[in-house]
Ligand binder design. Structure first.
Ligand SMILES: C[S@@+](CC[C@H](N)C(=O)[O-])C[C@H]1O[C@@H](n2cnc3c(N)ncnc32)[C@H](O)[C@@H]1O
Length: 395
């Protein structure tokens, strides 16, 4: 961030996120103080100063990373890519004793080999260091201390410095992955899209390792999602310990440890309930969530109304697909019989679900879980809104 000192002309950033969460991320970034937010497929660009960069890293529940834009250049071939990268002030940005990794992503680039482009950018960074300091960073592709990201479009190259390090969905809690866990930022996005707010009861009746529950409890108690991890910006040359202390001070003030939310989780399997319990405990949130082992087909709602948000098992094999086809109508019947008054949201990659569950979705939102296209369906179970089964319900 040495491109400009704190308080001077705003820096430009790009925050990638799971596809489908771009609008929610733009709103979150604005709440955190970002200026000029603009949505692109898979992320949001924005402007701000160094303090904002630290705050977004610490507080964003939806972003995967915060990338600082170092430069945007026209290019036609590998030589242009090298020259653009070679001209950036690398020796002012980080110490050559730190290990480096370069990542390249492209859409519509004329270059034949992204691996070669990656190599040329790495060479440019190392050559800049050797010329200025006589030493160069070594490459570590597994646990790099500094990450450089380049994005190649048809005619334009953008080079970014990663201020996050490990992806931001890694909350630093050493979680015990249950069965098919959601990424933390996708879980936080589902909560956001459901409209749940921490004054309302929340139930995940198929909670697995409890990702939705941890994210919900953190939000309810005002816990910054990055409070227990480190960030790449702490190693950069312009790191300001004073600014970081200020941002962490804001987080300490926002924490409401005494708030007792109404968050409930259940799972059919005791081992999954235990995994959720361990994850909540590791996050210091065990007291904020009530867990039990139960079958969603038999469970009674813990309160007369609230938000039910869940992601049911997803079957790949034919036998699993058949089991699910038998499970969904029973799930629909259970919801209709016992969850009147609740607002139901189901996240799944199985497009057969709305037809088979026998409930009409009031909303369906397309989201990507990695490369997997999914839907978040809303099933309002509000009294009077339940309709008979509709064989032609939308998928
Ligand atoms: C896809 S996983 C949920 C993963 C979770 N969202 C996470 O991020 O860790 C689905 C869960 O549903 C549970 N499950 C399957 N059938 C169930 C039933 N009838 N009642 C309650 N839970 C059930 C499974 O044990 C599994 O943990």
């Amino acid at each position: 961030m040495s491109a400009s000192a704190p308080g001077s002309a705003p820096l430009a950033f790009f925050a990638p996120c799971p596809r489908g969460l771009e609008a929610a991320l733009a709103a979150e970034l604005s709440r955190l103080g970002a200026a000029d937010t603009a949505i692109a497929p898979g992320g949001v660009s924005f402007r701000g100063n160094q303090q904002l960069c630290y705050r977004v890293n610490l507080w964003s529940r939806l972003a995967s990373r915060v990338l600082l834009l170092l430069g945007s250049f026209p290019y036609r071939d590998e030589q242009d890519v090298y020259a653009a990268a070679r001209g950036l002030p690398w020796p002012e940005l980080f110490d050559p004793a730190l290990t480096l990794r370069v990542n390249v992503a492209a859409i519509g680039s004329p270059l034949r080999s992204l691996e070669f482009a990656t190599l040329r950018i790495k060479d440019a960074v190392c050559d800049a260091f050797r010329a200025a300091r006589g030493v160069r960073p070594s490459v570590d592709t597994v646990q790099p201390q500094v990450r450089v990201h380049a994005f190649l479009e048809a005619l334009r190259l953008q080079v970014y410095l990663d201020t996050s390090g490990d992806a931001l969905f890694k909350r630093g809690l050493g979680r015990d992955a249950g069965e098919a866990p959601l990424k933390e930022n996708l879980a936080a996005g589902l909560l956001e899209l459901s409209g749940w707010d921490p004054t309302q009861p929340l139930l995940d009746p198929m909670c697995g390792g409890g990702t939705l529950l941890v994210e919900a409890a953190q939000r309810a108690l005002g816990v910054a999602p990055g409070a227990r991890r480190r960030f790449a910006f702490e190693r950069l040359a312009d790191f300001s310990a004073a600014t970081w202390a200020e941002v962490k001070g804001e987080a300490a003030e926002a924490h409401k440890p005494d708030f007792v939310p109404l968050i409930f989780g259940a799972d059919l399997l005791g081992a999954q309930v235990e995994a959720a319990r361990r994850n909540l405990r590791a996050a210091g949130l065990e007291g904020a969530v009530q867990l039990k082992q139960a079958n969603v087909l038999e469970v009674s709602p813990p309160t007369p109304s609230g938000v039910m948000l869940t992601n049911p098992p997803y079957g790949v094999r034919l036998s699993e697909q058949e089991e699910l086809a038998a499970f969904y109508p029973r799930l629909g019947d259970a919801l209709k019989a016992r969850f009147t008054g609740w607002n139901g949201w189901i996240f799944t990659a199985d497009l057969r679900l709305p037809k088979l569950i026998g409930l009409r979705p009031a909303a369906r939102i397309v989201l990507f879980n990695g490369p997997l296209e999914c839907r978040l369906y809303q099933f309002p179970l509000v009294r009077g809104s339940l309709r008979p089964k509709t064989p032609d319900a939308v998928a």
